[in-house]
Ligand binder design. Structure first.
Ligand SMILES: *Cc1c(COP(=O)(O)O)cnc(C)c1O
Length: 426
């Protein structure tokens, strides 16, 4: 899996034995591979290089400023959804003109900060938001660019909670309404409404929804142009599949093979907002076995990481490949853990220490035999892992460690108990 590989039965992150990292920073911990991040970014950049493309990595997937810094240096722009993410991008030294800003509830302060940055495009989610942007732009004597977010009413066939491009969603406006929005606000003289934004949702596993959405959006752009509006860019959002189970998601090149020909010669700049497809496989979460336990017919492996550290399995029912960090030869992981049936492997639930029935990392999973103290790697933990973690059960948030070749650096320290109450001392 990318730059997390087993050598002689031991898991390495690039050139570093992950057990060494556990010795240095303890467990649980997030471990990132810089090379994997950059490889995934480069794959997207190359796949769309025929077009005038700006890749805006979606900060909410994984937002450590040290990671944003090297992505910015590699040419990435950023997709933000809050003032806090704008601040992070600025701290990382991003070219703010390559920032796009989505979100249904932007506050006045967030909008003013983004105009001052200045960012590239505001992705507008409603008429009222656009009116407010026009008003604030007038007051502050700015001329920001904006893209209207449209709902192409396409189902990416992912989990309901990660589906955002259907008609009944709180995001954007439907295609028919989009034309009326341009009619009413297209020539307001203050905000340059000159682009269309689409984001279908996350974790799609096929190319078709993008093709369908793009067809509908290109038709809309033709209509808008015929109505006399200048449309300079199309933002196709994110949601490109990240490979969680091995070879179950299309690669960037597969998406591009369908998308690029449709956009050639259309005189449109392309913006993409990949999050998970860049970040997901770029990290593991390393955790330690605390106890083994039987409950009726079930076997539980109780580890020191909980749903507060990685919430995706209970929240989205997401699959993460999970395997011990040190294994005997016969337990070298195969291609797909779901089908894995190695002699001597066991079917277990891997659960955390939190007081909730939903606190699991995997259920009914085959796992090589483990003992108290063994290290276990939860793969594909780079996207919506650390960024969705919390202090629930007053558990300090994990350290983030960045591996670069043969060296590793702690890019965020583990929280301490004092950190937990620091803001409560009144
Ligand atoms: C979350 C989000 C993305 C990134 O989605 P991924 O599934 O991580 O690729 C892109 N654009 C917008 C507007 C988002 O909200």
């Amino acid at each position: 899996m990318d730059h997390f590989r087993y050598k002689d039965g031991r898991l390495y992150a690039e050139g570093v034995d992950v057990s060494k990292i556990a010795e240095a920073v303890g467990t649980p911990a997030y471990i990132y591979s810089k090379a994997t991040f950059l490889d995934h970014l480069k794959k997207v950049q190359e796949a769309y290089s025929e077009l005038d493309t700006t890749i805006c990595y979606s900060i909410k997937a994984c937002s450590n400023i040290n990671i944003l810094k090297f992505l910015a240096q590699a040419g990435s722009g950023f997709d933000i959804v809050s003032g806090g993410e704008l601040f992070r991008a600025q701290q990382a030294g991003a070219d703010t003109t390559k920032i796009v800003y989505a979100g249904v509830g932007k506050t006045d302060q967030e909008i003013v900060d983004a105009m001052n940055a200045p960012i590239g495009y505001f992705n507008i989610e409603s008429e009222m938001e656009l009116e407010n942007l026009i008003k604030l732009a007038r007051e502050h004597d700015k001329n920001p660019k904006a893209a209207l977010r449209v709902n192409p009413d396409v189902d990416p066939k992912t989990h309901t909670y990660t589906t955002t491009g259907k008609k009944e969603s709180k995001f954007g406006v439907d295609i028919e309404r989009a034309r009326r929005v341009f009619e009413e606000y297209g020539k307001n003289g203050q905000v340059d409404l000159c682009a269309i934004h689409v984001h279908l949702g996350s974790a799609g596993k096929t190319v078709e929804p993008y093709v369908e959405a793009l067809e509908k959006t290109l038709k809309l752009i033709d209509d808008l142009r015929a109505d006399g509006h200048t449309i300079e860019a199309i933002d196709l959002g994110g949601g490109y599949g990240a490979d969680y189970e091995t070879n179950t998601a299309p690669a960037a090149a597969n998406y591009a093979a369908a998308i690029v020909p449709m956009l050639k010669g259309k005189n449109l700049k392309l913006i993409l907002e990949p999050g998970a497809s860049v970040a997901a496989n770029s990290a593991i979460m390393l955790t330690k076995v605390l106890y083994l336990k039987k409950g009726g017919k079930k076997k539980f492996v109780i580890v020191d990481a909980g749903m507060n550290d990685l919430i995706r399995p209970p929240l989205y029912g997401s699959f993460h490949f999970i395997w011990p960090a040190v294994v005997e030869d016969k337990f070298m992981p195969g291609k797909r853990q779901k089908d894995m049936n190695i002699d001597g492997s066991e079917i277990v639930d891997i659960v955390g220490p939190i007081c909730e029935g939903s606190d699991f990392l995997a259920q009914g999973r085959s796992l090589a035999p483990v003992q108290r103290g063994d290290l276990i790697s939860v793969f594909t933990a780079g996207a919506y892992g650390y960024t969705m973690s919390s202090n629930y059960n007053s558990r300090p948030m994990l350290p983030e460690v960045l591996v670069d070749g043969d060296t590793f650096t702690t890019i965020r320290k583990r929280q301490t108990y004092s950190d937990l109450i620091a803001l409560e001392k009144v």
